[in-house]
Design a protein around this ligand. Structure first.
Ligand code: XLS
Ligand code: CA
Ligand code: CA
Length: 441
């Protein structure tokens, strides 16, 4: 094996929109300034470790793995783990992303007990720290996997068994320590098994109380240790559980309010989870942003004809433009980023397809940023939106209601004084026509 794991790929460069080279950027020009900031800062791209370097080799519920990566050879355990770190950092560097993300079990094998697992994780993450320093690539977030190991089949933080809850606590505490060492900018919690399969054997409120208690302890531990990462909850309505408690953005925000945790968390929104919840792809990004809770984005997309979480690379310009319009409006993602929680299709068996998937998605986001920036500069859609709600700001009663200072009687009096309301067009088609002018014009 040569020193390089992707010997046919050199550093991916920006070659402009006319380039026919699939291993080049047509739109992503990292240092180009858009609305006062370099593209790389608006976009803060991140590669996910799990789908890119671990995954199931393309296995799905109906078929075996379709690809085996040559660089894995016969390696196992820690040797395999360390090899994957080398592969990953070569990939990040050649692709030119600034960030990556991982789960504890993606990067290091579990041992026979907690201490052994932690020792493995310490050793691998020491090596990762070296690679970070060598390459300048940074950690966007890490997370604890509380769903793959059979011990978590009934949940981690919401498990009916106290012992499993405490095992989960150990994994969470450890990933906090590791994340701190690697200067991770965020810390994600995704609860794939924090939910239920049957109402008959489940106490929903008690389970949510336990999950909130875990988060309270996490916040407390973080304060005591000077932990600086931003905590993020990642909603998903189902899969693998029938019902998951962090159903969507609004449910998750309500949960944080209910348990007094709102000031300590933001959300990591994944569009493919949003569509699984029955919303259009960008809905949760909009909701989270409007409530000041949008922390980061797992920038992928689903397949409209498949019902599950397919984690496709985002290649749809209308979607990426809509996402970037929200990001621009809130002034950026802060410590968050656009993490490609995406996998190549099982038929895309060549290692170079990993590059092509990421390059295509980075370009689609970069072009979306350019389009969204034009939309923002011109401000046409925004002023149409403002116009739609103008009655609220042009009559004193509007402000009074918004400040919760009005009475029902005042509203009734106003209604009577005005007679039958005029029908005012929602102008959806006009909004769509103007939006299309930016995307395709
Ligand atoms: C699974 C989730 C998961 C989280 C991190 O559907 O997307 O990968 O992002 O645990
Ligand atoms: Ca995700
Ligand atoms: Ca997913």
């Amino acid at each position: 094996m040569s020193d390089e794991y992707f010997p046919t790929v050199t550093k991916i460069e920006f070659k402009g929109p006319k380039s026919k080279d699939p291993l080049s950027f047509k739109h992503y020009n990292p240092d180009e300034i858009i609305l006062g900031k370099p593209m790389r800062e608006w976009l803060r791209f991140s590669v996910c470790f799990w789908h890119t370097f671990v995954g199931g080799g393309g296995a799905d519920p109906f078929g075996s793995p379709t690809y085996i990566r040559d660089w894995e050879g016969d390696l196992q355990g820690m040797d395999l783990a360390l090899r994957r770190i080398d592969v990953a950092f070569e990939f990040f560097t050649k692709l030119g992303v600034d960030y990556y993300c991982f789960h504890d079990v993606d990067v290091s094998p579990e041992g026979a007990n907690i201490d052994e697992s932690f020792a493995n994780l310490d050793a691998v993450t020491d090596y990762m720290l070296e690679k970070q320093k060598e390459t300048g690539v940074k950690l966007l977030w890490s997370t604890q996997n509380l769903f793959s190991n059979p011990r978590y089949m009934n949940g981690g933080m919401t498990n009916p068994d106290l012992q499993v809850f405490c095992y989960a606590a150990a994994q969470i505490q450890k990933i906090m320590d590791v994340n701190h060492k690697l200067q991770g900018e965020n810390h994600v919690f995704w609860g794939g098994r924090e939910g239920y399969q049957s109402l008959l054997n489940t106490k929903i409120k008690l389970e949510c109380d336990h999950m909130a208690a875990m988060y309270t302890m996490v916040v407390d531990y973080g304060k005591r240790k000077g932990y600086t990462a931003q905590f993020l909850l990642e909603p998903k309505p189902r899969e693998p559980s029938k019902h998951q408690y962090d159903y969507d953005a609004q449910t998750t925000i309500a949960f944080l309010h209910e348990y007094g945790l709102k000031d300590h968390f933001k959300l990591n929104i994944e569009p493919n989870h949003t569509t699984l919840a029955g919303h259009e792809a960008v809905h949760d990004i909009v909701v989270a942003s409007e409530y000041g809770m949008l922390g980061s984005i797992d920038s992928n997309t689903g397949d409209t004809l498949l019902g599950w979480d397919t984690d496709n690379f985002p290649m749809d310009l209308a979607q990426t433009t809509a996402v970037m319009a929200v990001v621009l409006e809130q002034g950026g993602l802060g410590t968050g980023g656009l993490n490609f929680d995406c996998k190549v299709r099982r038929e895309s068996v060549d290692p170079v397809d990993l590059f092509i998937g990421h390059i295509g998605a980075m370009d689609t986001y970069a072009l979306g940023l350019r389009k969204a920036a034009k939309m923002k500069e011109h401000g046409v859609l925004k002023s149409m939106l403002t116009e739609r709600y103008l009655s609220w700001s042009t009559h004193p009663l509007g402000a009074k209601i918004e400040k919760s200072e009005a009475t029902l009687e005042e509203c009734v009096e106003y209604a009577k004084s005005q007679g039958e309301p005029k029908k005012i067009s929602g102008k959806q088609e006009l909004f769509e026509m103007i939006r299309n002018g930016y995307i395709y014009g």
